[in-house]
Each structure stands twice: as structure tokens, then as C-alpha cells.
Design a protein around this ligand. Structure first.
Ligand code: DCS
Length: 481
């Protein structure tokens, strides 16, 4: 009998081939263990509120009022909500056409897009056009929309860093394109060497691939590095020479834990380079409300800004966005609030600053605690988390452990991470889910567990790791970078 379209055997092969490790085998096993009553520390997803981070008060007040506008008519509203939250709720409601229950324009509310453009102008010191900003349901949807426009068939290649966040590998395979890897240098603090890029492009071309775009994740996920201005210039020049669209994933731009390398946007560097490059390179930059000190992952709010994209292409992107009617309207308001937080003269300013600084300073301490913790373990080396939300230690596995993994039918880092999960309840993602050099193994954790729990978690990790290393110790050396 012939198969039906949704029988597994007849599914779209691109769907079956697409892998997304952040919710892969480790996550599934952790969920099972949790059901059995074991305490699990979910450090597999950068999901701050799930690990106890409290929402910022002001944005929730504003969105609460927008969701329940009848509260604005209640004479006692001023007793529960500060005047600036009330004013902002009225402001955002006035930008909608019928409140949060009405679809917005498929590009997002014009008033919020204007606030995003003003934010970008303040950040970079260069003009930004609201017509070239689209609001999206999280950055993920924006990335998917743009890759969908770029990838025509399997001969189209996208340069993606390795290690990378698997949104890119998964979407490229879903769309039937080809991922062209470029390797980040672990011994250079996960720096990006333009010579590696050239090699990757040359190799891909020799296989008949048309390289069309390049992805950078800055600050890096899972690797945590911040790109220097000099490096960004090299990348932009490279994209100009090779006629590549640059996709700048800048969702962690507020998550910076050192002062030497602040975040600099690709747009700013591009504008500073001046003509002809600043008028040539096609750039799409992505941002989100899921990260930063907001961590509002569940709201699903994001935007992308287009630079040097021809008007007819913008029209096509608009048309395709229209198929989904409208991005989340409440999330658009979160985005508006993120890009225009309370000002010093506002009543809520002090509390907002106290809360946001508290979160960022704690993340900075946690980044340090985690890196130091990993580096104190046997056969583990870890670059400092300069930004983003993750730690990506290299685990130097002894051959005996690699052998044991093979016998168990597991990839070696999956084997290690499963043992770690069973022994300690710490749920991580194996490095193989992000890509890594052949024969080198990593794991990724977030730096998000509560600060007071961090010493205990690192101690429990160390105990597990050092026992694992003794159990599988042999005299034949280790996997290494
Ligand atoms: N880009 C990068 C580099 C990310 O790390 C993430 C989310 C996204 C885009 C998409 O975020 P939103 O769609 O929520 O805006 N990071 C995932 C991760 O690695 N762990 O948690 C989520």
C-alpha cells in the first residue's frame, strides 16, 4: 500500500535530517530523570527565567496594563501601578490598532519599529530607518525568514562558525541548503581567522557550492567570545570582496562580562568603514528580548535590521512575513520597552537600574566562577566567557573513555555528558551538537544557575569529572586541541 504523506517513511527528508542538539538526547534523558523524581539542573538552554531569574518589574507592569486595559479605567490603578508604567501602557496601546488582541502590520507596529531605529541610532551613532526594521517572534524566526530568502537549492552555501548555535545548521538543512563551516580558534580564545574563511570558501567553491552568506554570532554561542573591532572590519571587507550577505547575530549584545572588549555592532563598524564598503555590504542584524538582562524567552520578541538591501527585496521579505500575518503584539511591546527603558527622570528608573544591574553583575561573577571551576578540573580547559550566557569547556577524554563510549554506541562527548547527568543531575549539551574539530570534545553549560547554587554545582561537577578521569585513566595520552 502506498504511504501517506505524514507516514514517517515519506516525510520530507530535510525534516528528518535536521538536528537540534539543545533539545536532543541529553535533554530528553534529563526530562525522563526529572519525571522519576531526580533533581535536574537544566543548564542546556539559555532560558534565565526557568532557572529562577525574576522578571524586571517595569516592563511587566506596562505589558500587564496593556493586556488588561480595563485596569486603566479603574480609579485605583495609581495605587498598584506607577504613573510612568501607566503612561507607557497608554502609549503602547495607542500604537496598536485595537490593543493586544489585534494583528499588527506583518513588519510589526510602526511606532515600535521607530523606537528600535532610535535605539540603533543612539547605540551606533548612525541613522537607522524604521522601514528597514522588521519585528519578529524571537530572533529565531527572523533568521529563518532571511535564510529562506537566501537559500535556493543545495548548491547554495552559508558560512557558519564552528562551533555554532544549531539554529543555523538546523535551518540550513531544513531549507535544503549547504552549511559551509569555518572553524573558530580555541587556542586564540575562539577568535576568527580570516585565512580560515578564505580556505572554507575556496574548498566549498571547488565542490561547486555558491557561497551566498556568512553568519557571525557576536558575542558567541556557545563559545562566549566578543569580536574585536579589527576583526569585524576584516570580516566586512571579506564579505565585500566575496559579495556575501553578512548575518550578524547580536542577540547577546547586552551580555558582556569584561571591559577590554565591549560589544560593537557590525552596523557601526560597517558605517565607520565608509564608502564604498558601507554602501556595498548587505547586512542583516538580529536582536531579541530573550537575552540580555531581560531573559524574556517565553515572550518571543525580536527584530532584524536590514542595511543595503534593495527596496524590491525588502518588499518580498514583507510579502513573505505577511503569510504569518503578524508577529506577537505583546512581544513587540517588550521590544519597545527593551529599546527605550525608563529614563533618569522617570519614577521607575531607580528600581529598573537596580534590577538590571543586579542581574548583569551577578552574571559577570557567575561567568568567572564557572570558568575558574572548569579550569580547576582534571583534563578540562576552558576559555573565559567574555559575553553571552555559556561556558564551553574542552574535555580531554582518555582513549579508554572513548573506547567505552564506542562500546556503548555513543559519541564520546554524549557518553561523558550522559554520565555527568546520571551522577549529578547537571543537564548539559555535548559539544558535538555545536560542531567541533575532529577528535576534540566539549560540553556546553549555561552560566545561569542561581549564583548561590553555583559553588555546589561546580563542586559536584569536579567530583564527577575527576572520578571519571581516574576511572578511565590510561597511559596513551588524551584527545586534545
Ligand atoms: N541566536 C542565538 C545565537 C541564540 O543563542 C539564540 C537562542 C537565538 C538566536 C534565538 O533566540 P530567540 O528566538 O529566543 O530570540 N539561544 C538558545 C540557546 O542556545 N539556548 O537557549 C536558546
Amino acid at each position: 500500500m502506498s504511504l501517506k504523506a505524514l507516514d514517517y517513511e515519506s516525510l520530507n527528508e530535510n525534516v528528518k535530517n535536521c538536528q537540534y542538539a539543545v533539545r536532543g538526547e541529553l535533554y530528553l534523558r534529563a526530562s525522563e530523570l526529572q519525571k522519576e523524581g531526580k533533581k535536574i539542573i537544566f543548564t542546556n538552554v539559555g532560558n534565565p527565567h526557568a532557572l529562577g531569574q525574576k522578571p524586571l518589574t517595569f516592563p511587566r507592569q506596562v505589558v500587564a496594563l496593556c493586556q488588561a486595559p480595563f485596569l486603566l479605567d479603574n480609579p485605583n490603578v495609581g495605587m498598584i501601578f506607577p504613573a510612568d508604567a501607566i503612561a507607557r501602557a497608554k502609549h503602547y496601546l495607542s500604537l496598536t490598532s485595537g490593543g493586544l488582541g489585534a494583528y499588527s502590520d506583518s513588519r510589526g507596529l510602526p511606532g515600535v519599529r521607530k523606537e528600535v531605529a532610535e535605539f540603533i541610532e543612539r547605540r551606533d551613532g548612525y541613522p537607522s530607518d524604521p522601514e528597514l526594521i522588521f519585528l519578529t517572534d524571537g530572533a529565531s524566526k527572523g533568521v529563518m525568514q532571511i535564510l529562506n530568502c537566501i537559500i535556493r537549492n543545495q548548491k547554495d552555501g552559508i558560512l557558519v562558525p564552528v562551533p555554532q548555535y544549531p539554529l543555523y545548521s538546523a535551518t540550513i538543512s531544513l531549507l535544503g541548503g549547504t552549511l559551509v563551516p569555518y572553524y573558530l580558534e580555541e587556542t586564540e580564545n575562539w577568535g576568527l581567522d580570516v585565512n580560515n574563511l578564505r580556505q572554507s570558501v575556496a574548498q566549498a567553491r571547488s565542490r561547486g557550492i555558491t557561497v551566498r552568506a556568512m553568519v557571525i554570532i557576536n558575542p558567541g554561542n556557545p563559545t562566549g567570545q566578543c569580536l574585536s573591532e579589527a576583526n569585524l572590519r576584516e570580516i566586512l571587507r571579506f564579505c565585500c570582496d566575496e559579495r556575501l550577505v553578512l548575518l550578524g547575530d547580536e542577540v547577546y549584545q547586552q551580555n558582556i562580562y569584561q571591559d577590554e572588549r565591549p560589544f560593537i555592532s557590525s552596523k557601526k563598524v560597517l558605517m565607520e568603514m565608509g564608502a564604498p564598503i558601507s554602501k556595498e555590504v548587505q547586512l542583516i542584524s538580529f536582536h531579541t528580548v530573550s537575552k540580555g538582562y531581560w531573559g524574556e524567552c517565553g515572550q518571543r520578541g525580536g527584530y532584524f535590521e536590514m542595511t543595503n538591501i534593495p527596496p524590491r527585496t525588502v518588499e518580498e521579505i514583507y510579502k513573505v512575513a505577511s503569510i504569518a500575518l503578524s508577529p506577537n503584539v505583546s512581544a513587540q511591546i517588550f521590544m519597545g520597552l527593551m529599546v527605550s527603558p525608563p529614563k533618569p527622570e522617570d519614577i521607575s528608573y531607580d528600581q529598573f537600574i537596580r534590577e538590571s544591574k543586579g542581574i548583569l553583575e551577578s552574571l559577570r561573577r557567575r561567568a568567572r566562577l564557572m570558568t575558574d571551576g572548569f579550569n580547576s578540573c582534571k583534563n578540562v580547559v576552558c576559555n573565559f566567557t567574555e559575553g553571552a550566557m555559556y561556558s564551553f569547556p574542552q574535555i580531554k577524554l582518555p582513549p579508554k573513555a572513548i573506547q567505552a563510549a564506542k562500546q556503548a554506541g555513543k559519541v564520546p562527548d554524549v557518553f561523558y555528558c550522559l554520565k555527568l547527568l546520571e551522577a549529578t543531575g547537571i543537564s548539559t549539551v555535548p559539544g558535538s551538537g555545536f560542531g567541533q574539530k575532529e577528535g576534540v570534545f566539549h560540553l556546553r553549560t549555561t552560566i545561569l544557575p542561581a549564583e548561590e547554587e553555583m559553588p555546589e554545582i561546580m563542586e559536584s561537577f569536579k567530583k564527577f569529572n575527576d572520578e571519571f578521569m581516574s576511572q578511565y585513566a590510561d597511559n596513551f595520552g588524551y584527545s586534545r586541541m
